[in-house]
Each structure stands twice: as C-alpha cells, then as structure tokens.
Design a protein around this ligand. Structure first.
Ligand SMILES: Cc1ncc(COP(=O)(O)O)c(C=O)c1O
Length: 387
C-alpha cells in the first residue's frame, strides 16, 4: 500500500498490526501479554526491572511519586519537549522547572542547568530527543556532585545507544513510551526501568493501586490502528482525512495529547495500568524494533548525504542514534513545513513548537529511500527560492 507522506499518521502501523488489533478487539487477546512485555524489557535491559503504565506520562508521574518528593521540591527538564513532561511532574505535586535547550544539539543547556539547580532541586529529567543521546556524561557528573536523581526520558530512544551502552542505563531510573508515534507503538503505553530495588518495589505498589482504564477507552485505542489502516489508502483523496476527523469527533478515536493537557490539565485516563489488550499490540511491535530502527538509520543517512551542503542545521551524526524523526533547524522551518503541506500534501513534523525553529523529516518504517531523496530535492529548491 502507498502511504501518504504523513509523519503523524500512526507511522509504525503495518498490516499485521491492523490484523492483530482487529483480533484483540473481537476475541479479547491474551491476558498474559502484560507479563510478556515486562519480560521483554527485563531481557533487553539485562539486570533491570520493568514496571508498566498506560503511557509514558503515567510512567513519569509514577517515578516522581516513587521518589517520594514533596511539595516545594523541584524537578528540572529541558524546555524543548512535550507538554506531557512538565505536566506529569506537576500532577505528582512537584514543581517542574524548565531548563533552556541548546539550539545546536536540542539538548539541555549545561550552563542554564547549573544555574537552575538549588537546594529545592531533587531530580533532572534527561531527554534523549528524537533518539539522539543527550549529554549523559556531563549531566550525570553534575547530578552525582549535587546529589540529584537522574531520570532518563527514553520516550524517543528505545534501541538507541551511547558509546555502545543502551540509553536508559545511565541514570537511576528511566521511562519509555509506546505511544502511537514513538519507536514502537501500542497507541498508548509506558514502561519504567531501574536497577534500584527499593524504587522498583514502590513503583510496583503504585502500579498495583492504579485503576484499569475502562473497556470503552481500551476499545477506542484498539480502533486507532483499525480505522487508520482502513482510511490510509484514501487519505490523500480527502476521504480518509475526513473519515478520521469524523471518527475523532464521534469519540471513536483518541488524540495523542488531550486538549486539556495543553493547559496543564490532567485527563481522567492517566495514570492507569497498562491494559493487557494494548500490551499485546506492544509485544507484537517489539519484534520489529531492530527492523524499524535500522530503517530509521538508513533514511537518516540519506538526509545526511543529500542535505550536507544546505543551510539546514542537521542533527548529530552518531552510530548509536536512531532518529525517530530527523530534525533540522532553520529560521525558515515553519515556512518549509507549511509549503510541504500546501504544495505537496506532505505532512512533515513540527515537534516541538518553541523558540527553536525546527522541521522533523520522516524516517518512519513505510517512508521509502526514494521518498526521502525526493523530499531532499524539494527542500533544496524551496531553500533557494525566497517566498
Ligand atoms: C520527550 C517525551 N517524553 C515523554 C512523553 C510522554 O509519553 P506518552 O505520550 O507515552 O505519555 C512524550 C510524548 O510525546 C515525549 O515526546
């Protein structure tokens, strides 16, 4: 099937995922999937324990709770991020303090990080943005000197490494996301990993006491891969786009980020346990982790070659990175995003809207090498022509 170029349209979805979601919706799926998922993560991160939650944001919330931080304590995070990151800290009753992001690396600015640390600071969330390793050595050294907990945000980074070590193994604790547009997807899903047995014990207790999401909510998530797959072939004709829009308006489909979250609010669906139905989708997708990340790296290499001589600021090129999205920085990034949408019907990415002007280029599994080359040619033409 030819997919429309659209970075946000369930980018990891393939026919077998559609078939599985349909089967789980009709037959209910295997209740053991949750345990299977825990085992997968504990095998992958050898020596670590894994605890599941229904999203990355719930996993992050649970970490802050398990650290037993108090009102008045502060957790630092980089400001180039998703609203879910500061929100989860605040939902746990702790202050989230933004650290400026370095526009060169899209990583935490170390000078600002040091400036923001005070006696109330208890932890730092280190984000491996788009699957590129953050400055872990430096931040880890700062955390150790100041006695702060280093939490790794691996929402984009499953399978990525730094100097041969898996991201997620540098801090005391890490969380990952299996959201619809992350490295692998079960529409919503999150995991915490740690070697700290005390922390894991508290996390398990927190998980135990959480509610299950309602049957209706789970059905809504299962419909996501099903309806998206059915509408994909006719998306660019307008019919698919309309169909998905109507399904969302009718409440048949959820949004990745709920509207109230944009105002700091907390939807009633988070935090909750990871449902076994969605865990089943995640377990299936995990079999494709290496294939997906190899593909992302291959597409990234095309961008590195084809865009080398342009004015676009390219990401750091390192063997361990996985380039969930290939993110370039340029003062005209917004204009390029809009031109792609209007002139070519290409939906590129704009994570994250901030003072840094970025454009995310697709690397997702169904995006081909030829499409990547065509996109590069078009970007070069647009960059030469002043609007
Ligand atoms: C960097 C980052 N961290 C955490 C999250 C939260 O993950 P989830 O969507 O699974 O709640 C997101 C979500 O987009 C994210 O981009």
């Amino acid at each position: 099937m030819i997919r429309p170029v659209n970075i946000g349209l369930s980018p990891n979805l393939e026919v077998d995922d559609f078939e599985l979601a349909l089967k789980v919706l009709i037959k209910g799926g295997d209740k053991k999937a949750r345990q299977g998922l825990v085992e997968w993560f504990e095998d992958y991160f050898l020596g670590y324990s894994a605890v599941l939650f229904n999203s990355g944001r719930s996993a992050e919330w649970a970490i802050i709770k398990a650290l037993e931080l108090k009102t008045g304590d502060e957790v630092l995070y980089q400001d180039f991020t998703c609203v879910a990151v500061p929100n989860s800290v605040e939902w746990a009753g702790v202050a989230a303090i933004a650290v400026v992001t370095d526009p060169q690396t899209l990583d935490m600015d170390i000078t600002d990080l040091e400036k923001k640390i005070n006696s109330r600071t208890k932890a730092v969330i280190v984000q491996h943005t788009f699957g590129l390793a953050a400055n872990v050595e430096k931040i880890k050294a700062i955390c150790e000197t100041k006695g702060l907990v280093m939490i790794e945000d691996c929402a984009h980074a499953l399978g990525a490494t730094y100097k041969g070590e898996k991201l997620g193994t540098f801090g005391q604790v890490a969380f990952l996301s299996l959201g619809r547009d992350k490295v692998i997807s079960s529409v919503f899903g999150g995991v915490v990993i740690s070697k700290d047995t005390k922390l894991i014990k508290r996390l398990r207790k927190i998980e135990d006491e959480l509610p299950e999401n309602s049957r209706g909510w789970i059905v809504q998530q299962l419909l996501h891969p099903i309806l998206t797959w059915l509408f994909l072939p006719v998306y660019d004709l307008g019919l698919g786009k309309l169909g998905l829009w109507v399904a969302q308006k009718l409440g048949l489909l959820s949004k990745a980020v709920y509207s109230i979250e944009k105002r700091g609010g907390q939807p009633k669906y988070f935090p909750a346990k990871y449902s076994y139905q969605l865990a089943w989708l995640g377990l299936h997708q995990l079999q494709k982790l290496e294939k997906f990340n190899d593909h992302r790296r291959k597409i990234a290499e095309i961008y590195f070659e084809e865009l080398a001589d342009t004015e676009l600021k390219l990401p750091v090129r390192a063997k361990g990175n996985i380039y969930l999205r290939f993110t370039v920085v340029h003062p005209r990034a917004r204009e390029l995003y809009l031109r792609a949408k209007v002139e070519r019907k290409w939906v590129l990415g704009d994570w994250y809207k901030s003072a840094i002007q970025v454009l995310n280029l697709p690397t997702y599994p169904g995006f081909t090498a030829n499409q990547a080359k065509e996109l590069c040619e078009q970007l070069k033409i647009w960059l030469k022509s002043k609007k």
